[in-house]
Design a protein around this ligand. Structure first.
Ligand SMILES: Nc1ncnc2c1ncn2[C@@H]1O[C@H](COP(=O)(O)OP(=O)(O)OP(=O)(O)O)[C@@H](O)[C@H]1O
Ligand SMILES: [Mg+2]
Length: 226
């Protein structure tokens, strides 16, 4: 089943001087793993922000799980219930413990405090950091911080995980480990995973790779794995 559909999505900045997305059309199947590649400034983060309802296009439609996001007034419930976002800079909150950082997406949900803690623990354990649960981010390595950001993006059991350069600041080996972890967890929770990456080895792990340049899709192909 198709879970995401973009129709003629246009996004410009600076009074139309910059076209970040130039009437993009795209369908993404539910549960699939997609990678997005392209040079710096090509529109990758803009596209991800649209999919995560962090920003709205100037025109066009974005239909996710049957809802046209461009026609919704308040997208905060949609974001809280459906989206897990791993940002380009993982931006953990420095004065909160690992556990508290992971609980952030559950703020405003109607889960009990105990259930929030339990949920956070499940995902902190899944990323292998249970022993760091009470540490602040500045005591962690880059890879460990990125694992916290992954746990945080999953704690609300999203149907769509959006990851903007989740391995960008890591060495190749750690990056590969993080990606395989993300891939594994998304299989367990059955989510659609969309990652932006500069790394072709990581892009190739996805079912399908979409390449954008100057705000347009210039190639879209399936990857075959043995
Ligand atoms: N808030 C903004 N205001 C003005 N221009 C913007 C804004 N955000 C993005 N842009 C412009 O839109 C274009 C696409 O930017 P975007 O951040 O989507 O690129 P990207 O592919 O994610 O690049 P990178 O690989 O460097 O992260 C660029 O030309 C950028 O300068
Ligand atoms: Mg970007």
């Amino acid at each position: 089943m198709e879970s995401i559909r973009l129709i003629n999505v246009l996004k410009q900045y600076d009074d139309g001087k910059v076209t970040a997305l130039n009437r993009i059309n795209l369908s993404i199947e539910e549960g699939s793993f997609i990678s997005i590649i392209g040079p710096s400034g090509s529109g990758k983060s803009t596209l991800l922000n649209m999919l995560g309802a962090l920003d709205k296009p100037d025109s066009g439609e974005i239909i996710i799980n049957g809802i046209d996001l461009t026609k919704q007034k308040d997208l905060s419930d949609f974001r809280r219930n459906e989206i897990g976002f791993i940002f380009q800079l993982h931006n953990l909150i420095p004065n909160l413990k690992v556990e508290e950082n992971v609980e952030i997406p559950l703020i405003g949900s109607n889960l009990s405090e105990k259930e929030k803690k339990r949920r956070a623990s499940v995902f902190i354990e899944a990323v292998g950091l249970l022993d760091k649960k009470n540490d602040k981010p500045n005591k962690l390595s880059g890879g460990q911080r990125q694992r916290v950001a992954i746990a945080r993006s999953l704690v609300n059991l999203p149907s769509i995980i959006l990851a903007d350069e989740p391995t960008g600041s890591l060495d190749t080996k750690t990056g590969m480990k993080i990606l395989n972890l993300l891939k594994h967890i998304r299989e367990v929770i059955g989510a659609t995973l969309i990652i932006v990456t500069h790394d072709n080895n990581i892009a190739r792990l996805a079912d399908r790779t979409i390449e954008i340049r100057d705000g347009e899709i210039i190639s879209d192909k399936y990857n075959y794995h043995r």
